[in-house]
Ligand binder design. Structure first.
Ligand SMILES: C[S@@+](CC[C@H](N)C(=O)[O-])C[C@H]1O[C@@H](n2cnc3c(N)ncnc32)[C@H](O)[C@@H]1O
Length: 439
């Protein structure tokens, strides 16, 4: 392993989990996946650190990956978008799928993955004499500039597709990713589709179905879960202590070396999880429409028709999330003006969310003030959140606008987040840190 690769692996080992996907697809009988896995020299035991290929847990993991990959292909196609942004693309064979043929496929992942996949896919396409509009880009989904660079020259509307990423990110990383995707969709149009918010439920359904040799028992278990039964009790009733340990082992295969605690994803409480995720999306100016995965249920090579039917029934209650900017809340947005300054303002129910970018100084503060006054005039202002995570500098001209916000609402109702050290020092030295809630 060369030095760069070693440094990458040590700083973000999660990309190794994507290799398991390719091997699971291979096991599900996907021919291109098998060729790619062979050329990449991948071996299931080495990648998953277990002999899962031979176990019930292995079968369940293969079915989870196959279901997700094939159903996502169908959902991507159904959006009708001509430009697909696969974030993160991992090591999947999507670039070679028939439905990609007349589309632009922009594959985005960490550089370690993009640099391995780009040449491999180019070589496979050349061997087949196929010309495709396919490009692999090294990005970090939390880094807007890297994503925007990957989209240079792209035509919207986009279909941004995410499989197997959200559960690996911390809260601040998720916040950055959601903001980045919203900015991109605001610029290009289109949708962001993912099944990630309900991944825990998919694991549970698949474990229940694949562990049970009796379809009636599996069906009863899924119904009990839907009725609010405790997961541990249901699994124990089905398979004794093995039930829960199998589910845990399956999840830890996907966690791999990524240090991810999947215990939260073990919950089968759709309403609570759904409401929390919708609230988080709302806070980032996004909204979601939920479609049962069953609507695009693929044929699965890894399960018998009988078990596939059970999975289909479970997928009537497990959803694909189609996420778009909540345009109703967007009151103002400028970007890339003088000094890279930008401000976006969105609002709902008296809460104004302001995001600042670049430098707010005497040259740019008038634009900030104009945007704020226009937005404040259009609503009953109760709370203001100012996201400063992309703000490089704020001068006293910008602080005057902040003071107007502080005066416009009750004490303690302006909060500031993401300030860098420079901005934080400015707010502290000028006394503003005492007038706002700093997060
Ligand atoms: C479980 S894999 C999923 C990949 C692929 N969609 C699949 O189904 O196999 C997680 C992927 O996320 C990528 N990843 C992790 N953190 C990332 C980040 N901050 N930005 C972009 N990709 C990231 C990893 O490199 C890895 O390829």
């Amino acid at each position: 392993m060369d030095n760069v690769q070693e440094l990458r692996e040590k700083t973000n080992p999660v990309f190794n989990t994507a290799k398991a996907t390719l091997l699971h697809l291979t096991q599900a009988g996907h021919a291109d996946a098998a060729v790619m896995a062979e050329r990449l020299g991948l071996d299931l035991a080495a990648v998953t650190g277990s002999d899962e290929g031979k176990t019930a847990m292995g079968q369940s993991n293969v079915a989870i990956v196959e279901l997700r990959y094939r159903s996502m292909n169908a959902f991507i196609e159904a959006t009708g978008a001509k430009t697909i942004v696969d974030l993160p693309c991992g090591y999947t064979p999507r670039a070679l799928e028939d439905f990609i043929a007349n589309k632009r496929y922009i594959a985005c992942d960490l550089p370690a993955v993009a640099e391995e996949m780009g040449p491999l896919v180019a070589q496979m396409l050349a061997e087949r004499g196929q010309k495709r509009d396919v490009a692999y880009h090294g990005v970090d989904g939390t880094n807007y500039a890297s994503l925007r660079a990957a989209l240079e020259g792209a035509q919207g509307p986009l279909c941004i597709t995410t499989e197997g990423l959200l559960m690996y990110l911390t809260q601040p990383e998720l916040a950055a990713l959601k903001d980045n995707i919203r900015r991109i969709l605001e610029e290009f149009g289109g949708v962001w589709i993912t099944q990630d918010p309900e991944v825990g439920r998919v694991y549970i359904a698949m474990t229940v179905v694949s562990m049970s040799s009796d379809p009636a028992a599996a069906k009863a278990a899924m119904e009990a879960l839907d009725g609010g039964a405790d997961l541990g009790t249901v699994l124990k009733a089905m398979a004794g202590d093995k039930g829960r340990s199998t589910l845990g082992a399956s999840m830890s295969t996907f966690g791999g070396e990524a240090d991810v605690d999947f215990s939260k994803a073990m919950s089968y409480r759709p309403e609570q999880a759904e409401a929390a995720e919708k609230e988080s999306l709302r806070a980032h100016g996004l909204k979601a429409e939920l479609t049962p995965v069953a609507e695009r249920m693929p044929k699965l090579g890894s399960l018998s028709p009988e078990k596939t039917e059970l999975v289909r029934q479970a997928m009537e209650r497990i959803n694909l999330w189609t996420i778009t900017p909540d345009r109703a809340t967007l009151l103002h947005m400028t970007d890339g003006g003088s000094n890279g300054f930008g401000v976006s303002i969105r609002a709902r129910d008296g809460v104004m969310d302001v995001a600042l970018r670049g430098r707010v100084d005497s040259l740019t503060a008038p634009e900030f003030l104009a945007a704020y006054e226009k937005a404040a005039g259009a609503m009953d202002l109760a709370d203001v959140h100012v996201d400063m995570s992309e703000l490089a500098y704020i001068s006293s001209a910008g602080l005057r606008v902040l003071l107007m916000m502080i005066k416009a609402v009750q004490p303690g109702h302006v909060s500031v987040s993401g300030a860098n050290e420079t901005v934080r020092d400015i707010l502290t030295q000028t006394g503003y840190a005492d007038m706002v809630t700093m997060a």
